[in-house]
Design a protein around this ligand. Sequence first.
Ligand SMILES: Nc1ncnc2c1ncn2[C@@H]1O[C@H](COP(=O)(O)OP(=O)(O)OP(=O)(O)O)[C@@H](O)[C@H]1O
Length: 227
Amino acid sequence: MSTEVLRCQDLIFGWRETPVLVLESLCVAAGERVFLSGPSGSGKSSLLALIAGLVLPRQGSVAVAGQDLAGLSAAGRDRWRARHLGIIFQQFNLVPYLSGLDNVLLAASLSGIGRAPGKEQALALAQRLELSETLLARKATELSVGQQQRVAAVRAMIAEPALLIADEPTSALDDRRRDHFMTLLLRESERQNSAVLFVSHDQRLAAHFDRHLDLPTLNGATPCSGD
Ligand SMILES: Nc1ncnc2c1ncn2[C@@H]1O[C@H](COP(=O)(O)OP(=O)(O)OP(=O)(O)O)[C@@H](O)[C@H]1O
């Protein structure tokens, strides 16, 4: 059985006619920690959107946990994503009128696992990420940026995903909070044996990772002028 959780092969993707990404190969092994950097506009978020199955490549394939995403319907990709991928967005994307706990439980219910993780598991995971039950009971809008970020991390990890992808999740944090968040996140991903693909232009974070990738080096596409 393959231990790969991600395989991108002969990938071509563009939002418009000009390709943004031309990528021969990108693989991530189970439990591996990969740091992906690149300047603004180099295609980092586009690559994560492909890996999440939010968009499909023009050519080539993206397989997550052994499944080629193009072989699934849009609803099938939603289920596959909820089950096998954890995603932490730069702006966290929490549902503002729900409590932190309900944000997490909503994600858990979408994971399609026979018996979805419940409140007890959510609280235990939250505790490992230093979020108390009292804080989790607050609406997302009533939490600090750092607390919202940890709720987003709990939501991303509640189904123990094979692969966790994170798009600049520390950009709103000061140095101390950033380092502490990285420690908590990577400790938990190790506990779950989740691979991590972490996107950032902040090279100070690279030391936390097993492998460093520079997107412009991997990417054969010519950057769009003006980007
Ligand atoms: N939804 C979209 N529709 C059209 N073009 C897009 C879209 N999203 C990104 N692009 C374009 O694709 C290219 C790559 O953008 P992308 O957001 O992937 O880069 P990035 O490396 O994540 O940048 P940043 O670090 O600034 O977030 C840019 O030229 C951008 O303008």
